[in-house]
Design a protein around this ligand. Structure first.
Ligand SMILES: Nc1nc2c(ncn2[C@@H]2O[C@H](COP(=O)(O)OP(=O)(O)OP(=O)(O)O)[C@@H](O)[C@H]2O)c(=O)[nH]1
Ligand SMILES: [Mg+2]
Length: 501
């Protein structure tokens, strides 16, 4: 591992490890080489003795936090029969203190945890005493950073700790726990080992051609790289769905004026959130609302109908609609079947195709099926197939007849979304996926490097070309685990942690 302990590691740090609120109990955590000394200075038992230094690891002790400045010198050396009444003014709180000794603690350093009474004032007072007696305030995430630097957890698990603390629903709690247990790390390690084996094989063969033959090797390597690329793509696919489950699907409703966009938003949110009228151009600004749909949350944006307009306010609305379209994971494209397809629909379809070509999902909803329809699903499909080359490689668009008024097709609509993001699948299957964008970027770059190996093989290039890209793939995957990462990346990740963790 490229990282080693730096000077900062020699400092002892402290922070309130529980939330700062009017709770029944709060924990102050102290970690580092001076932790036990700090405890020695500010802890006294019923008889007024300290003795933290002699405590066994993993034990917990009742006693008092005292302000040593208010006690006479040497008082801790002897028993006091009435310590609590005699020195009442020096006692700050009645506590339980636990001790963990290096390397058997979360940070791998000596650690003291003071369980004091909760309450903002009291906890801050105890913390201040701790800081006055030999340590400094911990930075956000610094305890977990030390756990990582001490080699106790890898980066993937460190990030899982942060996610776990922040998790807001059952799914995200479960996946963070899975990541914490090392399932992601395990998979990434497995892929890395396979790559390393190939690097080692090529190196050996180049060094010692008599014992290792490269005859027929490129073909074998190609098959192996193919499998690795597929595995990484699979993980990436699920990772995107996983993010969607955790954070919700950024969904934009687009369509020309009067198609029924606001009606759809109201239907999904179960309330009259947006104004609906038969006047084209009712919605002039974007409007947001989160709704739960089975397993997933849709972060919906209703937009102003996209069309050519001279109206100043409407123009801004149309611009905003286009911006929302750019950011979306899912586009709900509404067509008004009672009106028939026109130039405005074509213009929107073109904007959408650019997005689906880049992997954005799109569901085309042919609304108002209760009225006499002037278009079919085939007509709607024709909006897109006119421009075949953009479609290649993109996400296929799905089509559905619905009526918000009569409810036709709305059940299928819900189903379709779950299917598109295969959310039911991952929630049920305990699939492995990368939960942070950082990890996904690294996995993508590993996949790209492996694809370069394949193309070098196809071009008949020599073996040393393979090694370079294999090494890059190996390094990228290593970064997911935090091996050989630059210091500032570590800095960036850990400052995202909550204080005291
Ligand atoms: N018959 C019928 N009418 C519908 C349906 N969905 C929406 N409408 C009506 O269509 C009109 C326009 O609906 P909105 O939801 O305001 O349409 P919009 O796309 O938000 O329109 P703008 O905000 O102007 O861009 C309203 O009168 C709705 O009641 C449907 O499924 N069937
Ligand atoms: Mg509207």
């Amino acid at each position: 591992m490229a990282l080693t302990y730096n000077s900062q590691q020699n400092e002892t740090i402290a922070a309130i490890a529980t939330g700062i609120s009017e709770s029944g109990i709060g924990i102050i955590r102290i970690s580092g080489p001076e932790a036990i000394e700090v405890g020695e200075r500010i802890y006294r038992n019923r008889k007024g003795r300290s003795g933290v230094r002699s405590w066994k690891a993993n034990t917990i002790h009742f006693g008092y936090i005292v302000d040593p400045r208010l006690l006479p010198e040497g008082e801790a050396e002897e028993d006091h029969d009435n310590f609590t009444s005699e020195y009442a003014s020096a006692i700050v709180d009645e506590v339980m203190i636990s001790i963990m000794r290096s390397p058997h603690s979360y940070t791998t350093e000596d650690t003291i945890e003071i369980n004091c009474h909760g309450g903002v004032y009291l906890m801050n007072r105890v913390l201040q005493l701790v800081l006055d007696n030999g340590c400094r305030m911990a930075e956000p995430g610094e305890f977990t950073k030390r756990a990582f630097l001490g080699g106790r957890i890898d980066l993937s698990r460190a990030e899982a700790v942060m996610d776990l603390i922040r998790s807001q629903n059952e799914f995200s709690r479960r996946t963070s726990l899975a990541q914490l247990s090392g399932s992601v790390s395990g998979k990434v390690r497995e892929l890395r080992e396979k790559i390393l084996y190939e690097i080692a094989f090529i190196e050996s063969a180049l060094d010692d051609p008599e014992n290792y033959s490269l005859d027929g090797y490129p073909e074998q390597l190609r098959v192996k790289c193919d499998v690795l690329v597929r595995e990484l793509n699979h993980i990436l696919d699920y990772s995107k769905s996983g993010r969607v489950l955790k954070e919700g699907i950024r969904t934009v409703i687009v369509g020309k004026p009067n198609a029924g966009k606001s009606s759809l938003l109201n239907y999904l949110s179960g309330q009259e959130r947006a104004i609906v009228t038969d006047v084209a151009g009712t919605t002039r600004d974007t409007l947001e609302e989160s709704v739960k749909l089975g397993d997933v949350v849709l972060n919906l944006t209703d937009t102003a109908g996209i069309h050519e307009t001279q109206d100043k306010v409407e123009k801004i609305g149309v611009e905003r609609a286009k911006e929302a379209l750019d950011r979306a994971d899912l586009i709900l494209f509404l067509l008004d079947t009672s009106a028939g397809i026109d130039a405005e629909d074509r213009e929107i379809a073109e904007l959408i195709q650019r997005k689906t070509a880049g992997g954005t999902h799109c569901l085309c909803l042919l609304n108002k099926s209760d009225l006499s329809p002037k278009m079919t699903i085939a007509d709607a499909k024709a909006l897109f197939t006119s421009n075949d080359q953009i479609l290649t490689g993109g996400t296929p668009i799905k089509f559905l007849m619905i009526s918000i008024t009569s409810g036709e097709g709305l059940e299928q609509f819900r189903h379709q979304i779950q299917e598109m993001f295969h959310t039911g699948e991952i929630a049920a299957k305990n699939e492995i996926f990368l939960s942070s964008l950082r990890e996904m970027r690294e996995a993508e770059s590993a996949r790209d490097s492996l694809e370069l190996v394949i193309s070098s093989i196809d071009q008949g290039l020599s073996e040393d070309f393979f090694s370079i890209d294999l090494m890059n793939a190996y390094t990228s995957l290593g970064r997911i685990l935090g091996e050989a990462v630059e210091d500032d990346l570590v800095e960036e990740i850990f400052t995202k942690f909550c204080l005291g963790k």
